[in-house]
Ligand binder design. Structure first.
Ligand code: FES
Ligand SMILES: [Fe+2]
Length: 350
C-alpha cells in the first residue's frame, strides 16, 4: 500500500544537474533536472507524443527537449515548442511534481500538488550539526516491497540472528522490545544493560569490557527510518535520558525509502555520529560495516519477496515481536485512507 501525500527522497542532490535523470517512483516514471536557477524540476518521464522517456532528451535552458522529435516542455510540464508546427494541441503537456532539497537530497511530492508543503518535509538537525560527522552512504535498489524493509527496520528481534557477526549478540535474544507511537511515528526501543559492546563499536570506537547498549528505531510512516543506536559505560545514561551526549558513543543511521514499484524500493542512507569527528577513514570504515549489515538484510528481504511472489501463502503466524509492523501498517492504511489521490492507471496497450 503506497502513500502519495508525503515527501519522498528522489536522488542525492549531487546526482541532479543538466543531464536528465530518469527514475520511477510509486509506479510513475519521473525525470529530474536542474533549470538555469539551479532549481530541481521533476516531470513525468514520458513524452505525450510517442511515449519516449523524456530523460533520453536534453535540457535546453529551463526546458526539456524530447530526444525523438524535439517537443519541448517547460518546468511546469507545458509544451512550449513543437518543431515543424506552430499550433500546440491542448494535450501537449506532462505532469510536473513539486520538489524540495534538504540534507543533501532531492525530495519529490507524488501526491496532491496543493498539499505539498516543504516546511513539512522530514528534517533531522543532526545532519547540519557542526559537532557531528555525517557519512553519506549509497542509493541502492532493493528488490522487495518497501513495507518489507520498514517491517525489518522496526524489528530489533532479527538483529541477533541476521546480524550475528556485525551487530547482534546472544545477550540480546531475550531482551524485550518496547513499542510506542507518536502521531505517524512508530518507536521501537530496546536497552541491553551490562553486555559486551556491539562489534561495530568495538572496532570503531575502541569500546571494551561491558557497556549499556540501546537501539531506538523511529519509523516516520510511511518510509523514513532513523535508528539511534549507541553504547555508554554501564549506568552512565538511563533510559529516557539524552543519548546523543558526550557520555555515549552514538550514531543515527538514517534510511530513506521510496517505493519504485510494488516489489522494488529505492533505499538511500547516511549516518551521523558523535565520535571520530571529521575522521574520513572512520567514515569509510563505518560505511563499509553498515553496507555489510544492510546486505545481510537485503538477502533476507529479497528472498522473502520472491517467496511471496512465487508460492501460495498461508496466513502469517503472529508473534509478540510483530507489534511494530502491525502498528505501522495500521498507520500507513490510515494515511492512505485520508488521501484523495488515486493510484496511477495501469499500463494499457494502445
Ligand atoms: S516522442 Fe517526443 S516528440 Fe515525438
Ligand atoms: Fe537488519
Amino acid at each position: 500500500m503506497m502513500v502519495y501525500n508525503t515527501w519522498y527522497v528522489a536522488a542525492w542532490s549531487s546526482e541532479v544537474g543538466e543531464t536528465p535523470l530518469g527514475r520511477v517512483f510509486l509506479n510513475e516514471p519521473v525525470v529530474l533536472y536542474r533549470d538555469t536557477q539551479g532549481q530541481v524540476v521533476a516531470l513525468r518521464d514520458q513524452c505525450p507524443h510517442r511515449k519516449l522517456p523524456l530523460s533520453l532528451g536534453r535540457v535546453t535552458g529551463d526546458c526539456l527537449e524530447c530526444g525523438y522529435h524535439g517537443m519541448t516542455f517547460d518546468r511546469s510540464g507545458g509544451c512550449v515548442r513543437i518543431p515543424g508546427q506552430p499550433r500546440i494541441p491542448p494535450g501537449a503537456k506532462v505532469r510536473s511534481f513539486p520538489t524540495h532539497e534538504s540534507m543533501g537530497m532531492v525530495w519529490v511530492w507524488m501526491g496532491d500538488r496543493e498539499r505539498a508543503d516543504p516546511a513539512r518535509c522530514f528534517y533531522l538537525d543532526a545532519y547540519d550539526d557542526p559537532t557531528r560527522t555525517v557519512s553519506v552512504g549509497k542509493h541502492v535498489m532493493v528488490a522487495c516491497n518497501y513495507q518489507l524493509l520498514t517491517d525489518n527496520l522496526t524489528d530489533p528481534a532479527h538483529v541477533a540472528f541476521v546480524h550475528r557477526s556485525t551487530l547482534g549478540s546472544p545477550a540480546q535474544e531475550d531482551i524485550p522490545v518496547k513499542v510506542d507511537s507518536e502521531g505517524d511515528c512508530v518507536i521501537v526501543s530496546r536497552w541491553t544493560p551490562d553486555s559486551p559492546p556491539a562489534p561495530i563499536f568495538k572496532t570503531l570506537a575502541g569500546m571494551s569490557g561491558h557497556v549499556d547498549r540501546w537501539q531506538y528505531y523511529y519509523l516516520h510512516c510511511p518510509s523514513i527510518c532513523i535508528v539511534d543506536f549507541g553504547s555508554c559505560a554501564v549506568g552512565a545514561i538511563q533510559p529516557g535520558e539524552r543519548r546523543d551526549s558526550d557520555h555515549a558513543v552514538q550514531m543515527y543511521s538514517c534510511i530513506f525509502m521510496t517505493p519504485e514499484t510494488d516489489s522494488t524500493t529505492h533505499y538511500f542512507y547516511w549516518q551521523s555520529r558523535n565520535f571520530g569527528h571529521g575522521d574520513e577513514a572512520m567514515s569509510a570504515k563505518i560505511l563499509e560495516q553498515i553496507e555489510i549489515v544492510f546486505d545481510e538484510d537485503f538477502v533476507i528481504l529479497e528472498a522473502q519477496q520472491k517467496s511471496m511472489d512465487r508460492f501460495a501463502m498461508t496466513d502469517d503466524v503472529h508473534l509478540t515481536i510483530d507489534a511494530a509492523p502491525t502498528l505501522q501498517r495500521r498507520i500507513v492504511k490510515r494515511l492512505r485512507a485520508e488521501e484523495s489521490v488515486s493510484a496511477p492507471p495501469m499500463k494499457t496497450v494502445p
